[in-house]
Design a protein around this ligand. Structure first.
Ligand code: SF4
Length: 391
């Protein structure tokens, strides 16, 4: 026999070293919602062609060659605000640069009122296999406060397009909206469950600095909900969704087993990821950089062959390990496994945070079985306090 026997294949680098996930941002929206702090813009749809040119160039310059990934998430903004033709172009360019592994997850965010039959078909034909629908509420008053431009009936209509085409879809809801009631929130949950989701994200409203909602709150024009009422809303969410078969797997996320968002699990494991588009972040090898949120600057920088990223932030190993810890703790089922934590960060969990873990475990906010540390049910309600101390 001649020739060399093939040696064993080198093991693939782990996903916290080499990105296996990619985020692509589309900033266009019909209207800027009053609570929104995302890199999103209304009245800029005429820039869509130029934006897609820049996005393609950014991917080509950064990646150099097509890269295989396990998850792709196209978010915004409102990706489905693009015309059908431009949405098709976006899917093509993503498919050219990011090769989804068999069995991979490709999610696109859609807003009710912006998705139609043509766009749903474009997504399905491109290989998108998960849609995340930004419903936020079914209550007309809450939608008005949030300045959302759709009504509850638009959600039902959007799902008629999504359900037959995508086996997996998720819906976002927001609780704690000024003026809302527990009964109204219960009604939101029931109406969402009636639609049969396998995944729901339920976020408590945040008054983000710099938003019109924050200003209105500061000036006393809107009043935040009573803390106790907000907690009751969160408790109702956890209990009602569990009863319906959707288990909490992250502080704000609920899924049937096997329907968790694989892409978001990448963030909560502090794994590496690519990011492209306005305001997008990327993270690799403990180094993070974030693109400018200024559309004119993003376009001109990319068009002149420069990076759209701001300063690169290189985290010290200990800071990076602490960041991993608080991200992993958000995962209410997985929590932080001591062996996994050491393998990923090089740090011993108890040397890094043993005192805080013991203290919160004694207060019943953390559960520690010796291998794994997790938020307790009570810890979920006080997660901000626990996570803040661990930083
Ligand atoms: S639709 Fe979403 S991204 Fe766009 S402005 Fe409203 S909250 Fe922000």
């Amino acid at each position: 026999m001649t020739g060399l026997a093939a040696g064993p294949l080198a093991p693939a680098p782990p996903p916290w070293v080499i990105p296996r996930a990619a985020y692509v941002h589309v900033p266009f929206c019909k209207h800027k919602c009053g609570y929104c702090d995302f890199a999103s813009l209304a009245g800029q749809d005429h820039q869509a062609d130029r934006y897609l040119d820049a996005l393609e160039r950014e991917m080509a310059d950064f990646l150099r060659e097509p890269r295989s990934v396990d998850t792709i998430f196209v978010g915004g903004g409102t990706p489905t605000r693009l015309s059908g033709a431009n949405l098709g172009r976006l899917m093509d360019l993503i498919g050219r640069w990011l090769v989804l592994e068999p069995g991979g997850e490709w999610t696109v965010e859609a807003n009710p009122g912006t998705i139609d039959d043509e766009k749903a078909e474009v997504l399905a034909q491109a290989g998108v296999n998960r849609v995340s629908l930004g419903a936020q509420s079914f209550q007309p008053d809450a939608l008005r406060v949030l300045e959302r431009e759709h009504g509850g009936q638009d959600v039902t209509r959007a799902l008629e397009l999504v359900r037959p085409r995508f086996a997996r879809w998720s819906m976002d809801l927001i609780f704690g909206v000024p003026g809302s009631t527990l009964d109204g929130w219960r009604d939101d949950l029931e109406r969402a469950l009636d639609l049969g989701p396998s995944h729901l994200s339920c976020y408590g409203l945040v008054y983000e600095k710099g938003t019109p909602l924050h200003r209105a709150w500061r000036e006393g024009r809107v009043k935040e909900l009573d803390e106790e009422l907000e907690r009751m809303m969160q408790e109702t969410t956890i209990d009602r969704l569990r009863q319906a078969g959707l288990e909490m797997y992250e502080i704000s996320n609920f899924a049937r087993p096997g329907h968790e968002s694989r892409h978001n699990l990448v963030y909560w494991a502090n794994d590496a990821y690519f990011g492209f588009g306005l305001g997008a972040a990327r993270y690799q090898g403990g180094t993070r950089s974030v693109n400018t949120r200024d559309l004119a600057a993003y376009l001109s920088r990319i068009e002149t062959g420069r990076s759209a990223a701001g300063a690169t932030e290189a985290l010290e190993p200990e800071s990076s390990a602490r960041e991993s810890l608080i991200l992993m703790l958000r995962r209410t089922q997985l929590g932080v496994d001591r062996d996994d934590f050491r393998r990923r960060t090089g740090f011993d969990l108890d040397q890094l945070a043993g005192e805080v873990i013991t203290r919160f475990a004694a207060r019943g906010l953390l559960e520690d079985d010796g291998h794994r540390v997790r938020l307790s049910r009570e810890g979920v309600f006080l997660a901000d306090t626990v996570l803040r101390e661990l930083v």
